[in-house]
Design a binder for this molecule. Structure first.
Ligand code: AMP
Ligand code: ZN
Ligand code: FE
Ligand code: FE
Length: 277
């Protein structure tokens, strides 16, 4: 019995509705699936409903964007109370930062002669879900549709990634603050894909702040990363997690992994639930 603990939906920059992620989890033969949208819990209720219908356990989660020394650090949180008013208020503030950042990126693109309006960008978000958010993949979709770039990779390489011409990165909350936010909402904080930033010196202070787990298995981790973070987990007594970081298919390609491509034994779900208490 296995679980994939990291997936995105149309509540943030995933392509599929929450109910579809749940259905894909069933097809992949999983027992449980984590719904971890960027800075929003808007997909969780729909996922719960779908899970009850088809017999998949949904692990409610979130992936909070933080920054430390100019580097993006993503903090996963599991079993947060997704109705906690003060948590929801803080998430709204984070989405406001996102919105300003989107405006700044569009301004930079305009300077490069590529004019995309906020309305056009917001129109990428369809459906009835409130409190969804927009991210760089949505801008990339527009660049592809206009024929300015040929792929998502190219959109990030030329414009949206760290070295891209339209990249901006306003200060976010710190990873420690995200850990605190998640604990205050009754959840278990887990450091997402540490191999993507290699700021391992941050880990001891995150553990002191209350970090409970670390995402050892991720599609973008090498075997070396896996071995290193497995040792880190052991050293600090952290729960070992895994996730595909599924976003669905864009432009004919799955970025990160297919749903169910990185999994943990079901016992990990129980450990997280326990750690969240
Ligand atoms: P944002 O939340 O707006 O900073 O966008 C981050 C998201 O962009 C990540 O969750 C990835 O899904 C996606 N992303 C980052 N780098 C790339 C890339 N090189 N190619 C495609 N998608 C990417
Ligand atoms: Zn994403
Ligand atoms: Fe992430
Ligand atoms: Fe993610």
């Amino acid at each position: 019995m296995k679980a994939d603990l990291h997936s995105h939906t149309t509540a943030s920059d995933g392509v599929q509705k929450p109910s579809v992620n749940v259905k894909l989890a069933k097809e992949a033969g999983l027992k449980a699936v984590g719904i971890t949208d960027h800075d929003t819990v808007a997909g969780i209720e729909e996922a719960f409903r779908a899970g009850r219908e088809i017999g998949i356990e949904v692990v409610p989660g979130i992936e909070i964007s933080t920054s430390s020394g100019g580097q993006d650090i993503h903090m996963l949180g599991y079993y947060i109370n997704h109705r906690d008013e003060s948590f929801l208020e803080k998430l709204r503030e984070l989405r406001d930062v996102r919105e300003r950042r989107n405006e700044m990126m569009l301004d930079k693109l305009a300077e490069l002669g590529i004019s995309i309006t906020m309305e056009e960008l917001k129109a990428r978000k369809k459906g009835e879900m409130k409190e969804r958010n927009i991210g760089r993949p949505h801008i990339a979709e527009i660049l592809i549709e206009r024929g300015i770039v040929g792929s998502l990779e190219e959109a990030f390489e030329l414009f949206l990634g760290r070295e891209g011409k339209a990249y901006v990165n306003p200060e976010r909350i710190s990873p420690e603050e995200a850990v605190g936010m998640i604990i205050a909402a009754g959840g278990a904080p887990v450091l997402a894909h540490p191999g993507l930033y290699r700021q391992d010196e941050l880990i001891p202070q995150l553990v002191r702040a209350g970090l409970k787990g670390i995402e050892v298995y991720h599609p973008d981790h090498s075997e070396e990363d896996e071995a290193r973070y497995l040792a880190t987990a052991e050293r600090f007594g952290l729960i070992v997690t895994a996730g595909s970081d599924f976003h669905g298919e864009r432009n004919g390609r799955v970025f990160h992994g297919k749903l169910g491509s990185k999994t943990v034994p079901y016992e990990t779900v129980e450990q997280l639930r326990e750690a969240a208490k």
